[in-house]
Design a protein. Structure first.
Length: 515
């Protein structure tokens, strides 16, 4: 039985959200054992090397998104000869990318001592090579997941990725306890990366192989090739900008501050990125359905769908940012101890960056779904140059340390990335004035800011005047945050049409479940 776009979106969101939460729990368990056995320097090294390899991850740099977009229409039309030809082309592209990533990674090897520090940790070149191999081999079979996602079966990818992650963590924990070896820890990651992609490949052959039997390769329509080239260029450039802005922080911290500070920073980022991953799994699970919608030439209703998606992001950010501002330092102290805390100023700026990036999500989702990556190809250049320039300025001239690196990201994401992305989707996607977005966006940001200020001062008052044990304090502040944010959310939004729309859906669904 075929499901509707909404049913697939709900299924994708549910499975992706659930697996992301479970992965978050496993990440905390694994991170705790890692710190206990290997210490904060290895934690910092792991975060640093991961950041370096992220800059090389071309699949993560958006080629996959361009691939998925070009498959939306042929899959929706069941044009399997074109699908088969596109998949064959993608297999070649990814094999080339695997080689490119490995070669570029090798070229960076001589520069590692200048980033890590010569006498900090021995054998870091070996650890880097293992992670480089893991990054390279991941491209050899990963193109298969594009077909699954384009057919709105994101939940399959979520389940397979989660299963591979569970086995990875279990084996890595075993290795840490019995061998205390960072080398074996990384090798386990390589093995299960390969196995996860093999499983997805088997699934694709089983589920879609029948459609390709007896079908010859055809010339891919010129329109698809033209759009693909533009999207590859645009998406690649866009993701490069994202990596430079958000992925080089650990590298700069290691170079200008210390490897141990990278470890402290990575603990905060683990929690923030875990929360962000849960929210992304909810919102991004809708991308394939939006892309399918856009491919059907329903763009007249695109702006209405965008506002609903934006309100969903706003609502998720409203509560998640409140929990972060109230609980993040307290949780770090409870989890690892006060020695692993960063300053409250750094914490606040990280949460501001979280809010800004979350509010960018709707624009990014619609740019991806409408295939508008090429139209924003200049944005990453501005983003990267301004971010790096500001980071160096704040570090070298003003000596702001980690605050300077975080502030550079805030300025760039707020004033360059957000405004440019909105202009692209409104001009080329909705074909309407972008000023509608800016006025609405500033209003949403101010509402989020009010909530953060109120929650922060309430939580600080409780922490300073009613301190007992950390666990009890966590529970009390959590409950107060729920009450405070819920009251503010209702007061601010109860008259909005999007709020009434969401409320009516939830009420009607609740009534159906009661019958």
């Amino acid at each position: 039985m075929n499901k509707s776009r909404l049913q697939y979106a709900v299924l994708n969101m549910g499975v992706s959200g659930m697996t992301t939460v479970l992965k978050m729990v496993l990440s905390f368990a694994s991170r705790t054992i890692f710190i206990y056995i290997l210490g904060s320097k290895f934690l910092g090294l792991n975060g640093l090397l991961t950041s370096i390899l992220t800059t090389l991850s071309l699949a993560e740099l958006g080629i996959g998104n361009a691939i998925i977009y070009s498959l939306y229409r042929p899959v929706a039309d069941s044009d399997w000869p074109v699908v088969k030809s596109i998949m064959h082309l993608y297999r070649k592209i990814y094999r080339i990318l695997a080689v490119m990533v490995f070669i570029i990674g090798l070229l960076l090897l001589p520069f590692l001592p200048h980033i890590v520090g010569k006498n900090v940790i021995s054998n870091f070149e070996l650890y880097y090579m293992i992670l480089l191999i893991n990054s390279s081999v991941s491209y050899l079979l990963t193109y298969n997941r594009s077909l699954i996602i384009a057919n709105q079966r994101n939940y399959v990818v979520s389940v397979v990725d989660f299963s591979a992650y569970v086995f990875t963590v279990m084996v890595q924990i075993f290795i840490l306890f019995f061998f205390k070896s960072y080398t074996f820890y990384l090798i386990a990651q390589v093995v299960f990366t390969i196995l996860g992609n093999v499983v997805l490949t088997i699934y694709v052959h089983k589920e879609y192989g029948k459609y390709f039997v007896g079908i010859d390769f055809v010339n891919i329509p010129k329109g698809i090739i033209k759009k693909l080239k533009k999207n590859v260029i645009g998406t690649f450039a866009n993701k490069v900008g994202d990596v430079i802005v958000n992925g080089t922080d650990s590298i700069l911290i290691a170079m200008f501050i210390s490897l141990s500070t990278v470890g402290l920073y990575s603990n905060y980022q683990l929690i923030i990125l875990a929360v962000q991953s849960v929210l992304l799994s909810v919102s991004s699970a809708m991308t394939s359905s939006i892309g399918n919608f856009a491919a059907g030439d329903h763009s007249a209703h695109g702006l209405e769908l965008f506002y609903k998606h934006q309100f969903m992001n706003y609502s998720l950010t409203f509560f998640s940012s409140a929990f972060l501002i109230a609980l993040l330092p307290l949780f770090i102290s409870f989890w690892l101890g006060s020695d692993y805390l960063l300053s409250i100023e750094a914490t606040v700026i990280m949460i501001i960056n979280f809010v800004v990036n979350r509010q960018r999500n709707s624009g990014n989702v619609f740019i991806e779904a409408y295939g508008l990556a090429y139209e924003q190809r200049l944005k990453p250049l501005l983003e990267a140059v301004i971010n790096l320039s500001l980071s160096v300025l704040f570090l070298v001239v003003f000596h702001l340390g980690i605050l300077g690196i975080l502030l550079a990201t805030t300025v760039t994401s707020t004033f360059i990335a957000t405004t440019y992305e909105a202009w692209v989707i409104f001009k080329y996607g909705f074909k309407q004035s972008v000023w509608k977005f800016y006025s609405r966006y500033l209003k949403l940001l101010s509402e989020l800011g009010v909530n953060l200020l109120v929650v922060y001062y309430v939580s600080q008052f409780v922490a300073n005047h009613f301190y007992s044990n950390k666990l009890l304090l966590l529970v009390v502040i959590f409950l107060l945050t729920v009450i405070t944010s819920t009251a503010l959310y209702w007061f601010i939004n109860f008259k909005k049409s999007e709020f009434r729309y969401v409320k009516n859906i939830l009420v009607s669904r609740f009534r159906r479940n009661q019958k």
